[in-house]
Design a protein. Sequence first.
Length: 260
Amino acid sequence: MRFPIVLLAVFALTVSRRTSYRVKTFTTPRNYYGYGHSGTNSPVYVSLEGSRRKTGYLRLNNRRRNEFSRGGVDSFHVRSSVNVKRIKCAVFKIRGGDAWVLDKAIVSNRYGSVTLYNYPVTVLSTDRREGRRWVRLCAQGRTRYTLTTVTSTRRHSGSDTFALTMKIEGKRGRVARTGLIDNKGRNDLERGATDTFFFDSLPRLNVKCVSIRANKGGHDMWRFDRIILRGGRRTVDFKVKGTRLSYDTREGKRFVKFCV
């Protein structure tokens, strides 16, 4: 009887040494970026990478729940025999033809947490006409940036459906890219409102320029007077009264860039 007992002890020790990870996914709301369906019913897997090691593909699945719905935020706990220590990157992979549009993911373990942005956006699907099977997202740094926006008080300045993304430029060609400028569950960018957005895991830059892009799928116009970006090596404050952004070029510009 000693042999089965030894096997059971080895199995228990192996399980106890498995490393736990938490993966939090943010599916894009509405039909942003011009794709008809951002949510998916297809199975989704993730492989986590550190400096030298990586896990195999781990299924992201919560039983009896409808994960990856449009605009949904889902949390998963997965375990692996591989301890990657500080997480650097994550590879998301889909197995099915139902496309999925991920905005960002927050991945953590006992060594820390990183935010990974799907920008420029990659649609995941096994159907090549819609997207590709996998995407590799990596942390860009360890700095948090705070974006403050001031929407104009003029009529029709606020926006209800808007797919905005931001690029931050520093010296020597260094850049940082974000996911959607959006606070989950809040009605942002209303007329006369001051809104604050946070972006983590970005490089620490000596900011020179800030670019904001109106992506396909957000059909509303937004008129704003000021944007302030804090983080990196300095704060930049752009007073740009009456600037209009819209994917519809009859209402405003699709892309604006401000430099110090």
